[in-house]
Design a protein around this ligand. Structure first.
Ligand code: UTP
Length: 498
């Protein structure tokens, strides 16, 4: 108790213990467990900085912004097939040498989606009922298998999963229940990021219950501290990993250990890379990758003037159009330089949120308007430390459809849009491979290739990642054959077709 009082005194937060006398032994233990890992002076700085940062006005950054220089950009859209093939084979070469890992950022609270379990466990309503975690696991298995076919020996792509207090336990249980979706358990490494208290606008820690602080994970840029605290880079060294593909849990179209992206980055000698998609419209709420005062970074559309956001080149494309999709390449060397040297320089960002809290009488209040601040570091803020930074442009409809909101919260980035994006993609693959779909009267459905986010594809077709990663190898099962919708292609069903 003394130690706790002292910690909070140094942190300038003695009020946190104002209900101490009313707490049970269990509640006291839990409260102490939340606080004890925090260094008191750091905690003080965190709370003070949160209040200051909210009050601070940041000047628009337009004047210093420059688009990406051509030599830093690669594209899966505007590159000859031969070169794409070369990058892909380079990527597969690194994978087959067991030098590539994937790293999932899955510590977020997913407040907008609003389910009481980790987002990775969400089923968007595919015919197979697969969750995001299962889809990702199967994509890893397929990439390993494709690498194995190339070299004729076993290949492993370890899967590092960053979780938080909210997501670790349920994620572990879910993976155990599902037998790690066919992956080898020792190649799935889960670790936990730090939690920090949320504070009010005066920099005071918010209590969500008498004995419970409102804690939040420290942002996906908490990755770098979490790598250190959990000795993850040592684990990568033991496995001789050299390249890491980092991604977010909520993108249903994510490619795992994408060989083309990895091959491109390795060939360019990059230590850090970002996949981007062309921004859909000027005010789309995605950050853009650009240079500010010569330094690579991601700028949010809210940080610049309308004029800059709408600026276009002579070809009509937006000048700042490289939409960040939180999909990154890092060398392990680069990650070491960040964790050992640069991490303390990463500036936390302020997120003003509605945070449930207790009032003077100890009653729980759910605020209608934002009342508190969470401070988060962002994974992409390390671009500035890269010695060789590259950007890789990909097609949105092939690679990016994030699950952010619940279905009733409007039409963007919801379970329905994610499900449709995946089903449209699989439908396109099937049609390209020569499949013919029939309606319930056995009439041919005329093929339609135009992706419409708001509409269902003409026929429902879901292809297991274990059958095809990106549409490859389907002709032998589908060419000139007729199918009724829904078509579910699994390892079992294709065995009957092949
Ligand atoms: P988002 O910024 O979309 O946040 O995270 P979120 O927590 O998933 O959802 P909201 O904002 O509460 O609705 C983008 C990615 O970063 C991860 C998330 O799990 C997601 O993959 N993330 C976010 C972390 O790993 N840790 C964090 O502290 C925050």
């Amino acid at each position: 108790m003394m130690a706790l009082r002292e910690l909070l005194a140094v942190a300038g937060q003695p009020e946190v213990l104002r209900y101490w006398e009313q707490l049970s032994d269990d509640e006291r233990r839990l409260l102490a467990a939340e606080l004890e890992p925090l260094e008191p002076r750091e905690l003080r700085a965190h709370c003070e900085e949160a209040a200051r940062a909210r009050a601070r006005h940041t000047a628009p950054r337009d004047r210093l912004m420059e688009p990406l220089p051509g030599e830093a950009i690669g594209s899966s859209i505007r590159t000859e097939a031969e070169i794409l093939r070369r990058w892909k084979e380079r990527g597969f070469h690194e994978i087959s040498q067991n030098q590539v890992a994937v790293l999932l950022l899955a510590g977020g609270q997913g407040t907008r989606l609003g389910v009481p379990y980790p987002k990775g466990m969400y089923d968007v309503g595919l015919p197979s009922g697969k969750t995001l975690y299962q889809i990702q696991a199967e994509r890893i298995r397929k990439v390993q298998q494709l690498a194995e076919e190339r070299v004729g020996r076993q290949c492993t792509v370890p899967w590092y999963i960053m979780t938080s207090e909210f997501t670790l336990e349920p994620t572990q249980k879910f993976f155990t229940q599902h037998n790690y979706f066919g992956l080898v358990k020792s190649n799935v490494v889960m670790f936990e990021q730090r939690m920090l208290p949320a504070v009010d606008f005066n920099g005071k820690i918010i209590l969500e219950q008498k004995g419970r602080i409102a804690m939040a994970p420290d942002g996906n840029g908490g990755l770098y501290r979490a790598l250190t605290n959990n000795k993850i880079l040592e684990d990568m060294d033991r496995r001789r990993i050299r390249f890491v593909h980092v991604y977010c849990v909520d993108n249903i179209l994510v490619k795992m250990a994408d060989p083309v992206f990895i091959g491109f980055c390795v060939e360019k000698g990059a230590d850090c890379g970002a996949k981007v998609v062309e921004k859909a419209y000027p005010t789309e709420p995605v950050g853009v990758v650009c240079r500010v005062d010569g330094i690579y970074q991601v700028v949010e559309y809210s940080e610049v003037s309308q004029e800059t956001v709408e600026q276009r080149n002579t070809d009509g494309r937006l000048t700042f159009n490289a939409g960040n999709i939180c999909n990154h390449f890092f060398t392990v060397e680069f990650l070491k330089s960040v964790t050992e040297e640069f991490e303390p320089q990463l500036k936390p960002h302020v997120a003003v949120k509605k945070i449930p809290h207790i009032d003077e009488k100890g009653n729980i209040v759910k605020p209608e308007t934002p009342n508190g601040i969470k401070m988060e570091k962002f994974v992409f803020d390390v671009f500035q430390f890269s010695k060789k930074f590259v950007v890789f442009e990909v097609l949105r409809e092939d690679e990016f459809s994030p699950l952010k909101n619940a279905d009733n919260a409007g039409s963007k980035d919801t379970p329905s849009t994610a499900r449709r994006a995946l089903l449209w993609q699989h439908y396109r693959w099937a049609v390209q491979a020569g499949a013919q779909f029939l309606d319930h009267k056995n009439n041919r459905i005329s093929p339609l290739n135009q992706f419409q986010e708001a509409e269902e594809p003409p026929a429902v077709c879901e292809i297991s990642p274990l059958v095809s990663c990106e549409g490859e190898g389907l002709e032998e099962y589908l060419k000139d054959r007729e199918f009724h919708s829904p078509l579910l292609l699994t390892e079992k069903t294709v065995a009957a077709l092949g």
